[in-house]
Design a protein around this ligand. Sequence first.
Ligand code: NAD
Length: 372
Amino acid sequence: MKPLGIGLIGTGYMGKCHALAWNAVAPTFGDVARPRLVHLGETNETLARAKAAELGFARGSGDWRAVVADPEVDVVSVATPNQFHAEMAIAALEAGKHVWCEKPMATSEADAAAMLEAARASGKVAVLGYNYIQNPAIRHLKRLLEEGAIGAVNHVRVEMDEDFMADGAAPFGWKSDAGSGYGALDDFAVHPLSLLAVLVGPPARVVTDMAKPFATRPLADGGSRDVETHDIANVLFRLASGASGSLLVNRSAWGRKGRIALQIFGSEGALVYDQERMNELQLYQAKGSAAEQGFRTILTGTAHPPYERFIPAPGHGLGFNDLKVIEARELIRRIGGEPAHLIEFETGFRIERTVHAMARAFETGGWTDIDD
Ligand SMILES: NC(=O)c1ccc[n+]([C@@H]2O[C@H](COP(=O)([O-])OP(=O)(O)OC[C@H]3O[C@@H](n4cnc5c(N)ncnc54)[C@H](O)[C@@H]3O)[C@@H](O)[C@H]2O)c1
């Protein structure tokens, strides 16, 4: 396959992560053509040119539409705030580009549906940035579930907590504006939902409570503004299998830096994972001598693909940015027509519908079904 031409919109936290992945994917894997970093877009020309030079792109523009229109661009990474995803992804698909869009897909179900429709109409590959499913530890956890290592799954608990909004004195930012969505639901819950999607299937029913730990936040230039989003969401769910579960998310949780704590209980054991210790898994199997039963810690290593593409030594550990490198490789394979482990817009739309059902459940106070 000829080298892909890359466009990138947004160069903040995630934009840099995409740029690093596009830079690293060929040397890390050795089995894909090195992408050509063609064109990035930012909010103004000066920033765009500076970021292009810094991140290795040939050119930068202060108007994202120039990236989408560039004939040398084959794939567009969309790494802007949530409220821009739909417009940018749809424009890229309509211009005949493949799309790698950050999560959440969009801020409304209608926008997400329009994105799915644009992807279907374009025939291009359209995927979402659900990087946590790429972790070799999570891939191994999936293999263990498929092999029946813990029997039939009967209960799933997942929590995602960080503390970047725990300081009530932190200024009002785009994540507190209702334009960005509901808050912790579409900022955080979508990540655990991506894990459920690949490991045990999506929730079929949900009931939700949400909370705002701070009613207002200070404005950078004085005064304050009402917080419009909920930083905390607590959801109970049922899987189609009947297994019960809970999904608790909080972006105001002091001390939690990058926690995605997943516990899966089955008829014959349990599996436990925490993103803050992303290079290990805990496996409990209810067999053998009761006197010696206990959780086993499995450190990821060369036996857990594609760890070996990064480091030949087991137990040395991958990092968050490496997950995006793996995701980039999956995307290149998918564009080349090979099977790939990704969340495309079809599955992503189910995640979005689940988030909106969670929000509706909060409004009604009752259990809400998510029909397939
Ligand atoms: N996959 C993950 O693990 C993960 C982690 C963090 C954030 N995200 C997602 O990534 C997206 C971006 O979040 P972030 O934390 O990188 O935000 P950020 O604020 O750090 O960066 C956003 C960037 O987009 C640029 N931008 C804004 N409007 C633009 C426009 N109209 N044209 C061009 N550029 C524009 C900003 O200047 C900034 O550089 C969000 O949707 C977020 O949910 C995903």
